[in-house]
Design a protein around this ligand. Sequence first.
Ligand code: WTA
Length: 576
Amino acid sequence: MKNEVIEKDIKKLSKEPNLKDYAATYKLFNWKAAYQHIDWFPKGKINAAHNAIDRNARGDRKSKVALFWEGSDGEKRKYTFLELMELSNKFANVLKTLGIERGDRVFFFLPRIPELYYGFLGTLKTGAIAGTLFAAFGEQALLDRLQNSAARILITNKDLKERVDKVKDKLPRLEKIILVDSDKNTDYVLSLTKLMEKAPEDYKVAHMDPSDPAFMLYTSGTTGKPKGVIHQHLAILHEHMSAKWVLDLREDDIYWCTADPGWVTGIAYEILGTWSNGAATLVYEGRFDPEKWYDLLQEYDVTVWYTAPTAVRLLMAAGNDLPEKYDLHQLRHICSVGEPLNPEGVKWGKKVFGIPFHDTWWQTETGGILIANYPCMDVKPGSMGKPIPGVVAAIVNDKGKVLPPNNEGNLAIKPGWPSMMQQIWRRPQKYESYFVGGWYISGDRALQDKDGYFWFIGRADDVIKTAGERVGPFEVESALIEHPSIVEAGVIGKPDPLRGEIIKAFVILKPGEKGSDKLLEDIQKYVKKHLAGYAYPREIEFVETLPKTRSGKIVRRFLKAQEMGLPIGDTSTLEE
Ligand code: WTA
């Protein structure tokens, strides 16, 4: 399989790619020289939102559509760069009136609606830190994030606010809630419409140091609560260059990124890197649906599409007759991220759209694409590709020593790329723990072949990737043991042909409780409400005991091996 190659001839591509010669660019490129690609204020100051929007709104792209928006109910709207500049300016003025200052945290708990996009940009303009919360989050997930970040303001809607109300008493630092769908102002709850009406359209964007925080995202590891990954304003440079090379974006593109801004992909490549390249973004508020997705690709003449392997597999499962009914000839480049993309998925792209899916690898912590396939480079189906210019990647052992080709090891990156996380919010030791022997250690296992292509093998830890969502087993276990019928729980990712992995839980019930289908459903509902709509165990097994170390830690590795019928490995540290 690894010898298979989809060859590229750049003369045959429908457009000459932005990155024409990978090897030559990789050799010559350096980040300092690329500073000219973004806009700077005097004295080396910068603002990511200025680069994404205002820079375009003040130039030739002023009247060009930046955002095509379609709501779940079919409502359609368009926003030009100028309109987005004015709306984000107004929003920045709203925050100023409320006393928001540089470094304060402003959070968004919204579906994919226009307010989220201009609100996010407006926040960056003030120098405050914007945080996003996925609309599927439950009470505990909200509490963890809003408490840890000590957010001062939350923007949400009436529906979602109900979940916030359940934990509001534990959030003394949350000063105001702004609702996008209310006209009433009270002391604590304000109306966005009312606030925006009074806000001026001009705003002097904050001049930030390149390393000043711009936005934060919570992500999961193996243990403990989710951690707040902080990204700096300079990340825009990385997002701009990678969107240019990997997504091959330019101003005449209609680009659709199917990710939600609750995750890093939605921020880096739906807002920042996309708009800084002058492309138009399509945002669809609704959920996945094969027919609707093909409809959107056709109706908006989408040229570049960035999606995820689970979506690709679901589309494949929906059959090839379906896309044949649509005119998708505008589509010229397709990419994927978030979990391994199987070779079948890459090749299916070629069969159905005439172009292979281009896999890209990165993480919340990396703030931008680090390893990728490019329009100009041959694709080896199943490989993540090669590091983008300016990024040095290697496979290292646990001490940080570089391993020769074809050896499995830790996928590691030389620190210093512009979108590298700048801190973990209030957890400096956690931040330090990512770096070993002069390398950033990603937590993924991989190998590099003789030709320099990287191949994903698996996670080095217990982190679960289900339908592209990153889930920490500890958080699911914690939610499970809060359930009145459960005493103990162990959670693993179980391989699944469609979703990559599903969450499987092994639970010990309280004495006297009996496992039943009803209880199983009740537990699932409980976790969804508590944690998030996607983070519940699709499979639950009621067990009598759980494998533990002598110090009482559940050994998930053991559960997983048992589940998959694999050798259990070293059991000398186990309790029994
Ligand atoms: C996984 C998403 C295989 C990986 C932007 C990584 C991938 C984690 C790929 C980060 C890929 C991402 N092939 N695995 N192309 N891309 N991953 O933080 O395990 O949600 O560490 O960021 O997703 O997930 P996160």
